[in-house]
Write a protein that binds this ligand. Structure first.
Ligand SMILES: Nc1nc2c(c(=O)[nH]1)N[C@H]1C(S)=C(S)[C@@H](COP(=O)(O)O)O[C@H]1N2
Ligand SMILES: [Mo]
Length: 253
């Protein structure tokens, strides 16, 4: 056997065998040597989170695509999880039709910038019909239009030392992505849902759409995007608001 694919299979076999025979600590050591320890690797579920994340990243190609659907598959009903923040400054920006809203991009980037909604809408757009599943069990298929996050990251010049991209929204539901998902062609900053401006409850003016992970990674009401080389000092250090509520940082589907 040769080539990256068979090497990955061997590695993954090694990871799962190590997990089975000598416990998850050995698997964690192997994952660590490949830089595949997720930010929520502490605590009793930590070794399991590590095994899931490392196995997925080693087995799946960096650019494996989430399924895309046709117009006739679009769902009639789109539930809301996490309605619009009722507080300032969000409500003030909403009532001003987001004319004063800007998306700040900072952290480990060559050119920290902030973009207006119009500037983002003038960037090259991608349209895609994908499935979004909530951890609570419901799901829907919808058409999204937005700029690939990779385009924005390239514009500001993300440093090669950055390892995660952090999304800060107007509410508590912050989250982060590793670089394979941040630069994935289906990861969008979306501003249009089923042919209309993104409605307030679905994340206006701009939300992330992360097609390869559960719905909570698609952070709504975006305010700021930050490139970091560690998540240890962001929030509670577990890469996302979700681990505190019992869910994984990595939610690949
Ligand atoms: N800022 C923010 N983003 C969020 C949430 C939230 O409460 N706040 N909920 C998440 C969850 S749990 C899901 S399932 C999806 C739901 O997206 P929808 O409300 O557009 O269906 O948004 C995600 N993004
Ligand atoms: Mo969700």
């Amino acid at each position: 056997m040769s080539g990256p694919w068979s090497r990955r299979k061997l590695l993954t076999a090694g990871l799962t065998a190590a997990a089975g025979v000598t416990g998850l600590t050995a698997a964690t050591r192997i994952a660590d040597s490949y830089g595949l320890i997720p930010p929520d690797s502490g605590g009793i579920w930590g070794p399991g989170e590590t095994l899931t994340y490392a196995t997925q990243r080693l087995l799946m190609s960096r650019n494996s695509m989430a399924r895309e659907f046709g117009r006739s598959d679009v769902s009639n009903v789109i539930p809301v999880s996490g309605p619009q923040p009722k507080t300032d400054p969000y409500q003030r920006l909403l009532h001003g039709a987001f004319a004063d809203w800007r998306l700040a991009i900072d952290g480990l980037v060559a050119r920290p910038t902030s973009f207006s909604l119009d500037e983002i809408k003038r960037m090259p757009a991608r349209r895609q019909i994908t499935h979004q599943a909530c951890e609570e069990g419901w799901a829907f298929i919808a058409e999204w239009v937005g700029v690939p996050l990779s385009h924005v990251l390239n514009l500001v010049g993300v440093s090669p030392t950055a390892t995660y991209i952090v999304f800060t929204p107007f509410d508590e539901s912050w989250d982060s992505l590793d670089m394979p998902d941040a630069f994935h062609p289906q990861t969008l900053l979306a501003y249009n849902l089923n042919g209309q401006d993104l409605p307030p409850d679905h994340g206006a003016p701009i939300r992330a759409r992360v097609a390869r992970q559960l719905g909570y990674k698609s952070v709504k009401y975006l305010h700021k995007i930050t490139a970091v080389d560690s998540l240890k000092h962001v929030g509670d250090g577990r890469g996302s608001a979700q681990p505190a509520w019992g869910y994984s940082w990595f939610a690949g589907i």
